[in-house]
Structure formats: structure tokens, C-alpha cells
Design a protein. Structure first.
Length: 156
């Protein structure tokens, strides 16, 4: 038992040490001696992610079913258009536990913590990302309570 305890303690120390050596997603990059945030927001509301090269635009409503979210994204012309619905990995990529009340950079200012993706689960459901928990789940196309639309496009 004592040997198992010592091995567990060593493993814990190594994991903690490894974690402190990694940079946090919340840390800013330093360029020419100046701190550069990962996300920047333009006056037109477009949020650029320096790390991924993606532009994001947050929908105005908290309660969108999938059809409403998709129509909003497809009709979006801000900053020249070219917008689409995000994938689940793209949504997961902006998840930052503890960064705000809804676990994403405060620049996003979302009206809800659940965002539709453009990825189908089956013929009647689409995936989305729950920023309050960091989990992926799916809902029927007509379900809209507390569901948001985000638009995304490649910036680079």
C-alpha cells in the first residue's frame, strides 16, 4: 500500500510540474515585447482568433432553433460575408474554462452558453457545444430555447 501511495504521489508531482510548464490558453503572446491577446474584436463586432486564424461573429439572439441559426449565418454580410456555421472542434477550440461566466473569452459577449454547430448528428438532430459544461450534445432542429448561432470564417 505504501509503495502504491509513493508511486501515485510521484505521478501527481510529475503531472503538476508538466502542467505548470505549459502555457495557458488564457495567456497572451508576447510580440516585440508587447503582450498580444489571443482574441481581438473590431468595431464591426468581428472577433479574430490569432491562434487559429478564424474570424467569429456572435448572433444577436439567445433562442434560435437550428433553422433560424442557419438562416442567420447564411444571410450574414458583415465584413464582406463568407460566413458559415462552426464545426464542433472549432467551438471546442474557443472553450476556455474559467475565462468568463460562460467559459469563453469575454469579447464574445454571448447571450447564451450553448451554440449550434453545422454538424449533423442524424437526420433530425445537429450537434452543438455547451460552453457552461464543455460538452458536446445534440438537439432536434426545432429546439431553440437557450441556443445561439455563431458564424465563423477563415481569416488567413
Amino acid at each position: 500500500m505504501a509503495r502504491w501511495y509513493r508511486l501515485s504521489l510521484v505521478a501527481l508531482v510529475l503531472l503538476v510540474g508538466w502542467g505548470f510548464g505549459k502555457s495557458s490558453a488564457l495567456e497572451a503572446q508576447v510580440v516585440d515585447g508587447k503582450s498580444q491577446p489571443r482574441f481581438t474584436k473590431a468595431s464591426n463586432g468581428v472577433i479574430t482568433d490569432r491562434d487559429t486564424g478564424l474570424d467569429w461573429y456572435v448572433g444577436p439572439n439567445a433562442d434560435n432553433n437550428f433553422h433560424e441559426a442557419k438562416a442567420w449565418v447564411e444571410g450574414l454580410t458583415v465584413a464582406g460575408g463568407g460566413w458559415r456555421m462552426p464545426t464542433v472542434p472549432e467551438l471546442r477550440g474557443i472553450y476556455q474554462k474559467g475565462a468568463s461566466r460562460v467559459n469563453m473569452d469575454p469579447l464574445f459577449e454571448p447571450k447564451s452558453a450553448w451554440v449550434w454547430s453545422g454538424q449533423m448528428d442524424d437526420a433530425r438532430t445537429y450537434y452543438g457545444f455547451a460552453f457552461y459544461s464543455g460538452l458536446v450534445n445534440s438537439h432536434g432542429l426545432n429546439y431553440g430555447y437557450g441556443r445561439m448561432a455563431f458564424a465563423v470564417r477563415s481569416h488567413r
